[in-house]
Design a binder for this molecule. Structure first.
Ligand code: AMP
Length: 235
């Protein structure tokens, strides 16, 4: 960002209830990132991916990046306080005034409580979109996953191959395996999902949050997106 923004509180500027919040929920490899990118294109609202934000800090090598690097490499979660702050600060940016897509957040009960309090304060009723995918499909998917280190686009050997093997379609960079996509780390991330994140489904249900479930195991990304869009438009 170039010029400093005036310190007005956007929360008091946006009319309550007008901002659309979509929470993409599902295990690692369930397609949250891909669906978020489709939604960004279709709805014109930004994706807020805590994973991407943390990876940016690692790339820059700032104190946050240094702090989270080893945890992320091991597939462990970083602290709730850190991601809660990152998201809260990100929601002050004006590109989120019409709405936003949360991808990979919240991931723990504490994060869900913090997010709920924040969105309630903003008068926003989020829609939780739960992408359900079998673990066998997930392991196969993640092990074929490659990412562009420059623009962040994800490719997959089977479901979304790049036009030229190992090269990003968008900017020609050499694709890489994300450090936390290695198989032992993927298992750790799935364990963490079971232990910390899946229980949030009950939390959302008990809190009476709007929630839809999409069975995404057998479908291609664009077919999943049709279902996601139908649900978003039905709300
Ligand atoms: P993702 O790209 O969403 O799969 O996230 C990659 C890694 O970033 C995770 O395995 C965690 O180490 C960290 N991370 C991302 N989002 C969160 C979050 N909401 N809470 C804690 N750690 C997170």
């Amino acid at each position: 960002m170039g010029l400093a923004q005036p310190h007005t509180d956007p929360f008091t500027v946006a009319l309550p209830g007008q901002r659309q919040a979509l929470i993409l929920f599902g295990s690692p490899g369930s397609g949250k990132g891909t669906q978020s990118k489709y939604l960004v294109e279709r709805l014109g609202i930004p994706q807020i991916s805590t994973g991407d934000m943390l990876r940016e800090h690692i790339q820059i090598g700032d104190p946050i990046g240094v702090k989270v690097r080893e945890l992320m490499r091991a597939g462990s979660l970083v602290s709730d306080e850190l991601v809660n702050t990152l998201v809260e600060e990100r929601l002050r940016d004006h590109d989120t005034d019409k709405g936003f897509i949360l991808d990979g957040y919240p991931r723990t009960l504490h994060q869900a409580e913090s997010m709920t309090a924040l969105l309630d304060r903003l008068g926003i009723a989020p829609l939780v979109i739960h992408l359900v995918v079998d673990y066998t499909v997930i392991i196969a998917r993640i092990s074929g996953r490659r990412q562009c280190p420059v623009c962040g686009t994800l490719f997959n050997a089977t479901s979304k191959p790049p036009k030229v093997d190992g090269v990003c379609d968008l900017d020609g960079s050499a694709l890489v395996i994300r450090e936390d996509d290695r198989e032992s780390v993927v298992r750790e991330r799935l364990d963490s999902y079971e232990k910390n994140t899946r229980p949030l489904l009950d939390f959302f249900r008990r809190a009476g949050r709007r929630m839809v479930e999409i069975d995404a195991s057998e479908l291609k990304p664009d077919e999943v997106f049709q279902k996601v869009l139908e649900q978003v438009q039905a709300q």
